[in-house]
Design a protein around this ligand. Structure first.
Ligand SMILES: Nc1ncnc2c1ncn2[C@@H]1O[C@H](COP(=O)(O)OP(=O)(O)OP(=O)(O)O)[C@@H](O)[C@H]1O
Length: 251
């Protein structure tokens, strides 16, 4: 089973350091971890650094991987639309990335299954350029999942989705991680999603890791006041689920 650890990980763009000293002991197979923090905190930069898209100090330690070259997949926040391809072609292209160009029946079945699971099979032969923002985000998720990553880095994957789709997608990814052992890190602005779906949470602010640990311990009024400058409370609803309620800007 795969495990991921980070040791004093940092990153710079040119001469400007935007991330330093992020350390996580071990993220276990099948786990979902939220990465939260204010705008420009360094969440996307951390994902790009883990995915090897940018370099920097520290160590990203991946152990137990069956396929190191394709183990980590980064699903970016901006899903730029390549108008030339259809949805199906773009997902097939993602599946073949870094591998042989020969297409097997099994791969086509898998693509069909992913499009069905995300309820976008009707879009298969539409051009990417004709899709809505939410539809593009779902296609981007299909492109990531079809690669069967062992570590999936999802950068605000529900920012363009309606309420129903948000719950559906995060529930689907959580179940998939449980079944396959995939490690998922998900950058989120909606902290209620972190409370509902993620066992662990990492808080980043100003390019530094502020705290990490069990989500219900990490997301609390003090952290929200200090990091987000809001007055907020965590309440337990009648069904036992914790919810974050924001009262306003912190005085
Ligand atoms: N390609 C780049 N070149 C230079 N600076 C960059 C680049 N990408 C990001 N930055 C800077 O790095 C810092 C961290 O950005 P990053 O995108 O990682 O933040 P984030 O936490 O994902 O923010 P958000 O919640 O707004 O998406 C910001 O100050 C940003 O301006």
């Amino acid at each position: 089973m795969v495990a991921l650890g980070l040791k004093q990980v940092g990153a710079s763009y040119g001469r400007v350091t935007v991330l330093s000293n992020v350390g996580i002991e071990t993220l276990k197979a099948g786990s979902l971890t939220a990465v939260v923090g204010p705008n420009a905190a360094g969440k996307s930069t951390l994902f790009k650094r883990i995915a090897g898209l940018i370099s920097g100090p520290g160590l990203v330690e991946l152990s137990g991987s069956a396929n190191n070259d394709r183990a980590i997949c980064y699903m970016p926040q901006d899903t730029g639309a390549n108008a030339v391809l259809t949805v199906y072609e773009s997902v097939l292209l993602a599946a073949k990335q870094g591998g042989s160009w020969r297409v097997h029946d099994g791969e086509l079945f898998e693509i069909d299954a992913i499009l069905r699971a995300l309820r976008i099979e009707d879009l298969a032969f539409r051009g990417l350029g004709e899709l809505s923002g939410g539809q593009r985000q779902l296609v981007s998720l299909a492109q990531a999942l079809v690669r069967k990553p062992e570590v999936l880095l999802m950068d605000e994957p529900t920012s363009a989705l309606d309420l129903h789709r948000q719950i559906e997608v995060l529930g689907f990814v959580r179940d998939l991680a449980g079944k396959t052992g995939m490690i998922v890190l998900v950058a989120l602005h909606d902290l209620n999603h972190a409370l509902r779906y993620c066992e662990q949470t990492i808080v980043i602010a100003g390019g530094n890791m502020v705290v990490s640990g069990e989500t219900e311990e990490v997301i609390n009024s003090d952290m929200l006041r200090e990091i987000y400058k809001v007055q907020a409370r965590i309440e337990t609803c009648s069904q036992g689920q914790k919810f974050l309620l924001v009262d306003g800007i912190a005085p």
